[in-house]
Design a protein around this ligand. Structure first.
Ligand code: HEM
Length: 513
């Protein structure tokens, strides 16, 4: 009795009990209520405050692939205090993004997104309502009309073919000039100019300032963007980092400011000569839509129509440049593969004409090379982060509304259950048994454009563009590096993963014109 009296009188004990009760109730209140029959996604133990930030490390796609082997296709981590569900496995991802597409189509409220396109971006924005649907449809229609749709007024099959043929031939000349002057070159800065000119011409027609210093400096600094909108960027999850010196964040803000200013100026200049009876490019089509906006069922605010071009231009140059840059490095490190592409081009195209888009079905090996480059490099290792729009479930796990979702495309493309020798670069894997066509079922297992409601709207033009650039370059040139030079293929993590800079690429003419 005396013992109990002693304990009950201790003020320290009273205080400790009170703190314990408060903590217990706070933790209980914060824990997600899991409906009967479902479980919370599993995951490793995380540190207080930082959660699993250290686990992600420099290559979150690799760390999260490793974790998926232990915890499965639906796992949960915590970055800072934010829970994040990570999805792996093609079937599970299809289930989420296609079958339950509406539940998983959201975008999380991330700090970095607020700087992109003044927070009005179609891609990096939380809106999933009727305005987003209407903007996405408008972007798809305008992009299609001025890239891949056939137009009887053109000499080429479509705008894309016209612009890419011209730019690819310029690029051949630029490579050759570098060879004559220096004997080798760094390809990315030359490729990005050509690719930016293609999307610039589709967006702005003759109003695109092809040679302006401002444009070139922007497109050459796209890394400042990609490194900050990657899945797991610390600034999005640790608010304190926004107030500490942060050079990467500063470069990102700077890039976005310059990008919006450049595009606003180009749009305004274009408006001076807008003629609604002669629409020649994407911005013209968007101007037209603002004129007719009263007739449309969903009213999109005026400023949200024309700035769709920011998303298209932004998405259109960095991704395609990265694809072509990886392709060139894989070609010089695998001369056998390059020889097979050359042989195919010589047999199908010959030397008297240039490759065209319509040659695609007859060039299955080149097509297989592109698919294998997408799969092997998985240079968009995650999609743009998603979030759930309502409480939902996946594979028996409860996922509450507004949960941040990472989708690991890299894991899908290297899944040992789907791919034989996933770490080998082997284009042949995509060919049918008689090597005359692409194995469609296998090609659909490559995941680099996302899936479902947020699937990339530029997938078809991007695939056609990469094909035609490579076909024209490889038809005319043989690429190599000086004998003995070791080419580093270690990527740098980001929204798009880039190869290391290689300054010693060489290009040799295959025949005189
Ligand atoms: C090889 C080139 C490309 C790759 C690998 C690629 C990949 C992707 C990926 C992974 C996403 C995110 C999907 C998601 O969040 O689930 C995306 C979104 C998007 N892409 Fe692409 N892309 C490429 C080229 C292009 C091009 C050329 C354009 C337009 C000219 C474009 C326009 C867009 C847009 C507007 C979105 C946002 C869609 C939305 O949020 O609803 N992309 N892309």
């Amino acid at each position: 009795m005396a013992l109990f009296q002693d304990i009950s009188l201790t003020p320290e004990l009273l205080l400790a009990t009170a703190i314990f009760c408060i903590v217990f109730y706070v933790v209980k209140a914060l824990r997600t209520r899991v409906p009967k029959g479902l479980k919370s996604p599993p995951g490793p133990w995380g540190w207080p405050i930082i959660g699993h930030m250290l686990t992600l490390g420099k290559n979150p796609h690799l760390s999260l692939t490793k974790l998926s082997k232990q915890y499965g296709d639906v796992l949960q981590i915590r970055i800072g205090s934010t829970p994040v569900v990570v999805l792996s496995g093609l079937d599970t991802i299809r289930q989420a993004l296609v079958k339950k597409g509406d539940d998983f189509k959201g975008r999380p409220d991330l700090y970095s997104f607020t700087f992109i396109s003044d927070g009005q971006s179609l891609t990096f924005n939380q809106d999933t309502g009727p305005v987003w649907v209407a903007r996405r449809r408008l972007a798809m229609d305008a992009l299609k009309s001025f890239s891949i749709a056939s137009d009887p007024n053109l000499l080429s099959s479509c705008y894309l073919e016209e612009h890419v043929s011209k730019e690819a031939n310029h690029l051949v000349s630029k490579f050759q000039k570098q060879m004559e002057e220096v004997g080798h070159f760094e390809p990315v800065n030359l490729v990005v100019e050509s690719v930016a000119n293609v999307i610039g011409a589709m967006c702005f027609g003759k109003n695109f300032p092809r040679k302006s210093k401002e444009m070139m400096s922007l497109v050459k600094n796209s890394n400042d963007f990609a490194e900050n909108v990657s899945s797991g960027n610390a600034v999005d999850f640790f608010p304190v980092l926004r107030y500490l010196p942060n050079p990467a964040l500063k470069r990102f803000k700077n890039f976005n400011n310059k990008f919006v200013l450049f595009l606003q100026k180009t749009v305004q200049e274009h408006y001076q000569d807008f003629n609604k009876n002669n629409i020649q490019d994407i911005t013209g089509a968007l101007f037209m839509h603002t004129e007719n906006s009263k007739d449309n069922s969903v009213q999109i605010p005026q400023e949200k129509i024309v700035n769709i071009v920011n998303d298209l231009f932004g998405a259109g140059f960095d991704t395609v440049t990265t694809a072509i840059s990886w392709s060139l490095l894989l070609l010089v490190t695998r001369p056998n593969v390059q020889r097979k592409i050359h042989r195919e081009l010589d047999t199908v195209i010959g030397r008297d004409r240039q490759p065209r888009l319509s040659d695609r079905p007859q060039l299955p090996y080149l097509e297989a090379f592109i698919l294998e480059t997408f799969r092997y490099t998985s240079f968009l290792p995650f999609t743009v982060p998603h979030s759930t729009t309502r409480d939902t479930s996946l594979n028996g796990f409860h996922i509450p509304k507004e949960r941040c979702i990472f989708i690991n495309q890299w894991q899908v493309n290297h899944d040992e259950k789907q791919w034989e020798d996933p770490f080998e670069f082997r284009p042949e894997r995509f060919l049918t048994d008689d090597s005359t066509a692409i194995n469609k079922t296998l090609s659909e297992k490559v995941m680099i454009f996302g899936l479902g409601k947020r699937r990339c709207i530029g997938e078809t033009p991007a695939k056609w563009e990469v094909f035609l650039f490579l076909a024209i370059l490889l038809h005319q040139l043989e690429f190599s590096v000086p004998p003995g030079l070791k080419v580093d293929l270690t990527p740098t993590y980001g929204l798009t993963m880039k190869p290391p800079i290689c300054k010693h690429l060489q290009a040799w003419p295959r025949f005189s014109k």
